[in-house]
Design a protein around this ligand. Structure first.
Ligand SMILES: [Zn+2]
Ligand SMILES: [Zn+2]
Length: 671
């Protein structure tokens, strides 16, 4: 066996004998197959799981392993028949079969019960029988085809589990059956993966490369291993080119950071006893540590870019159990201990790959974070769980959002100025709304999406408890491109020659923010902030009117206007959310409109408050804002007066609970 030594198998058996909960967990996972018998498609009929939704209610249909002809919506109780539901159902069934093959093989390994082994073998033999005649099929956007499944990606995920199951029971099979499975299933699949791996850095190619590597080891084929590990876009190439200098996976989201890591780890767990593992390289260890530094209070990762579900909560043991055993870093034990405060450690990852007992770990003192231009995250932390994150790093490809220089702010346990994240990628609002610039807390030009840009830091300075950051993004044709597939969802023309600078002056109880937009003549500039809670007292108001729709185009077509104002001088706005108030003093150098609106939150059944500060036609526009979050209706800042004569030098005078505070700074001058 490749994945476990004899000694490890003995130890696993002993521990399983005294722990029937692991056996029960495995049995629950293989229940459909044990109960209904194995269901293997004779033809290449599987398509894409994203088709398995009620077209009326956009909710997932109920999956029954034993019945592929009717697919019921849990909301309207309607049974859907035919395509695209049948094909999507087969994709799920292929997944259940492959995972069951591995789980049944494990069950046999741990209990010695022949029934489990023989069903695992039957799954492999039946796929080996049909696989050569499965037609290559696909047509899923941005994905190459598969044979058993419709994407190369799905083929990789599916074959990995079959390979792991096979490895466990292989020695019990006749030579003839081994030959059949090796030739008709694994060799053909490895060849397919080699042919259709895409030329890009991307989490998909890690999955494909990892699966290919597992097959190469299983088949003892050095040529497949070479292709999987050492060719351009192979596993080593991905580690060297897709992991940024501050150890963040390039795709601009923590979800895909962990998703890629998980794919690497599945491969490493399988090959760790062979010469083909990459665990001695520095990247995994650094990638595992990186998100810990960005953690929000209450053990949450900030929501950035694409991603559905809470991958850290759902899969944390898969990342850190094995990693702690291999590397022994105390942060990994700390992550596990945090997780097990609310979760049972009796899971398969801990059972198969974890240490017997985790050490006690002292409290982790979370610090501020700053990276100049790779991930380009700066995190400011303060009392009362205050947490501000600004994004000024590299463009991350298809899973990034168009939110350069965007901020998100939480305090007192509430995400009061949030990043909305997104929803299922098949849902209309994913591309139409959540990924867009105007649904983020940044500046949008003509309501359009920012094209890709690599941000950078101009200044990051600490003076006592004060931190000053100035960051930049420009659209002057200097973006070098990215070696990963993208989907054009932006407007080059609207942003042509635009230069943006954002400055944060961080104090413990409040922060000053300045946003300078240059070369915007002839365009409309929207500074946008989204706040949870009810709009409170608005001062300096000149007009109150009800307006219906904010814009005819996406994403603002989903946003309805509430009020608009033509303010002069410094304007005050506040939103109350539970016991927390967000207070905002705002100023703009140009004649502008302040628009209050309401739009979809996430989930879209709830709403979030919008504030847009809109300037039409100014060439250089400077916005300056003072943000404060406070509890119990007790503000620290009582009044603010903001001035800038030349759009570069700013004076902010605050009247606070403990006297007058003055801040003078410049923006847009340093290089
Ligand atoms: Zn329905
Ligand atoms: Zn976002």
């Amino acid at each position: 066996m490749i994945q476990f030594s004899e000694q490890e198998v003995d130890s696993l058996r002993q521990r399983a004998a005294g722990n029937d909960r692991i056996i029960k967990k495995l049995l629950a996972r293989v229940e459909p197959v044990l109960k209904h018998g194995v269901n293997i498609p004779e033809k290449a009929v599987a398509t894409w799981t994203l088709y398995y939704y009620c077209p009326v209610h956009s909710v997932g249909l109920e999956l029954r392993y034993e019945d592929g002809s009717r697919h019921r919506c849990p909301v309207c109780d309607k049974d859907y028949e035919g395509e695209p539901y049948d094909g999507a159902w087969w994709r799920f069934v292929n997944g259940i079969n492959a995972d069951s093959c591995y789980d049944l093989a494990l069950l046999w390994l741990l209990t010695g019960e022949e029934n489990y082994r023989s069903i695992a073998e039957a799954i492999l033999l039946r796929y080996a029988t049909y696989y050569p005649s499965y037609e290559i099929h696909g047509g899923i956007p941005y994905n190459n085809p598969g044979k058993a499944n419709a994407q190369t990606l799905c083929e990789a995920v599916w074959i990995r589990s079959l390979a792991m199951g096979y490895d466990i029971i292989k020695e019990t099979l006749t030579m003839q059956n081994r030959q059949l499975i090796d030739d008709n299933l694994f060799t053909l699949c490895a060849e397919l993966l080699m042919e259709y791996r895409m030329d890009q850095i991307h989490n998909h190619e890690v999955l494909v490369g990892g699966a290919m590597g597992m097959l190469g080891v299983l088949l003892e084929r050095p040529d497949i291993m070479e292709f999987a590990i050492h060719t351009k876009y192979g596993l080593v190439y991905q580690l060297e080119h897709a992991v940024l200098q501050d150890d963040f996976w390039f795709e601009g989201t923590f979800h895909y950071h962990y998703f890629a890591l998980e794919a690497f780890m599945v491969y490493e767990k399988f090959v760790r006893r062979t010469p083909y593992g990459l665990l001695q390289r520095p990247e995994y260890r650094n990638m595992l540590k990186m998100p810990i530094r960005l953690l929000q209070p209450e053990f949450k990762l900030p929501t950035i870019g694409d991603g559905v579900g809470d991958i850290l909560r759902e899969h944390l043991p898969a990342f850190y159990e094995f990693a702690y055993t291999v590397y022994g870093d105390w942060e990994f034990a700390w992550m596990l201990n945090q997780h097990y405060r609310t979760h049972d450690r009796n899971n398969l990852e801990a059972f198969l790959y974890g240490v017997d007992e985790l050490p006690a770990t002292s409290e982790f003192n979370l610090q501020d974070y700053h990276d100049n231009e790779h991930s380009g995250f700066t995190v400011f932390r303060g009392k009362g769980q205050r947490y501000l994150l600004i994004k000024h790093g590299k463009y991350g490809g298809e899973h990034d959002h168009y939110d350069k220089l965007g901020i998100q702010f939480s305090a007192f346990g509430e995400d009061i100025i949030p990043d909305l994240g997104t929803t299922g990628y098949g849902a209309q609002l994913h591309y139409d709304y959540y990924k867009n610039t105007a649904t983020h807390n940044t500046v949008a030009i003509n309501g359009a999406n920012q094209p890709p840009a690599n941000g950078r830091t101009i200044k990051y300075e600490r003076h006592g408890s004060q931190i000053l950051l100035e960051a930049e993004a420009v659209w002057d044709g200097s973006f070098p491109g990215i070696d990963s597939l993208t989907r054009v969802e932006w407007s080059e023309a609207d942003y042509s020659n635009i230069k943006m600078r954002r400055l944060i002056l961080w104090r413990d109880r409040y922060f000053v923010e300045a946003f300078l937009v240059e070369n915007a003549a002839g365009r409309s500039v929207d500074w946008i902030v989204h706040s949870r809670g009810e709009l409170g007292g608005v001062h300096n108001e000149t007009a109150l009117k009800e307006y219906p729709a904010l814009d005819a185009n996406k994403p603002l077509k989903y946003v309805r206007e509430v009020q608009r104002h033509k303010p002069e001088g410094t304007m005050h706005t506040s939103w109350k959310y539970r016991n927390c108030t967000t207070s905002l003093f705002s100023f703009c150098t140009e004649p502008h409109l302040v628009i209050y609106a309401m739009g979809p939150d996430n989930p879209s059944t709830s709403e979030i408050s919008y504030m847009l500060s809109r300037v039409e036609g100014g060439n250089d526009v400077l916005y300056v804002n003072v943000f404060e979050a406070y509890e119990d209706d007790r503000p620290y800042i009582l009044n603010a007066s903001i001035k800038s004569v030349d759009r570069r030098h700013v004076s902010v005078i605050l009247e606070t609970e403990d006297g007058r505070k003055e801040h003078q700074f410049e923006i847009g001058l340093a290089n």
